[in-house]
Design a protein around this ligand. Structure first.
Ligand code: ADP
Length: 191
């Protein structure tokens, strides 16, 4: 099952949780650009300083910064057999950059999973997540709304890009249900 896979889902769709079991299933490392940026923030790195205000506002980090960070990560030895990318690509330019990058390595995407969750449910989940976890970009309703809007405006066209190209199987999965139910749906879809 190895290869390069993508998992898409709006904020609070359960992408991170599902990615953790899906990467085990695939046998590839999980690469989350959101986690990577948060690690940079915590470590006070140059990238961390550069993206601090952007993340706090719920906007997208510039593609040049994000693509370079992903390229560096994908060059590490553990991704030789593939990877599960989570949070990347997030817009059409990142998607076409990734196609070029993989083509340069003589490979292409193996599959795309899209978690579908209605926006009302997402808002409820985001509110309860803000209470439980201490993620500053979850606490402010305006920032949450911006991330939902950014997903609709930039990531949805990115999914459409893969559907239009029809060169990679796109699996749309219902993200409403227990963690286990959704996990089984994903594994059932990607065979
Ligand atoms: P979410 O729960 O909103 O999906 P993530 O953990 O995936 O959050 O990402 C958190 C933040 O990191 C985003 O709001 C954005 O500022 C930044 N980010 C993550 N991935 C990307 C990307 N591919 N391009 C630009 N910015 C990104």
């Amino acid at each position: 099952m190895t290869g390069h896979y993508l998992i898409f889902g709006p904020p609070a769709a359960g992408k991170g949780t599902q990615a953790a079991s899906f990467k085990e299933h695939l046998g590839v490392p999980h690469i989350s650009t959101g986690d990577m940026f948060r690690a940079h923030l915590k470590g006070d790195t140059a990238i961390g300083l550069q993206v601090k205000d952007i993340l706090a506002a719920g906007k997208l980090v510039p593609d040049t910064v994000t693509n370079a960070m992903v390229a560096e990560r994908l060059a590490e030895a553990d991704t030789a057999q593939g990877a599960l990318l989570d949070g990347f690509p997030r817009n059409v330019l990142q998607a076409s950059w990734l196609d070029g990058y993989l083509a340069g390595r003589g490979t292409k995407l193996a599959g795309v999973v899209v978690l579908r969750v209605p926006e009302d449910e997402l808002k409820e989940r985001l509110i309860s997540r803000a209470e439980k976890e201490n993620r500053s970009d979850d606490a402010d309703p305006e920032v949450v709304q911006r991330r939902l809007d950014t997903y609709r405006e930039q990531s949805e066209p990115c999914i459409a890009y893969y559907l239009d190209q029809a060169i990679v199987p796109v699996h749309e999965v219902d993200g409403v249900g227990s963690i286990d139910e959704v996990r089984q749906r994903i594994q059932g879809a990607v065979r």
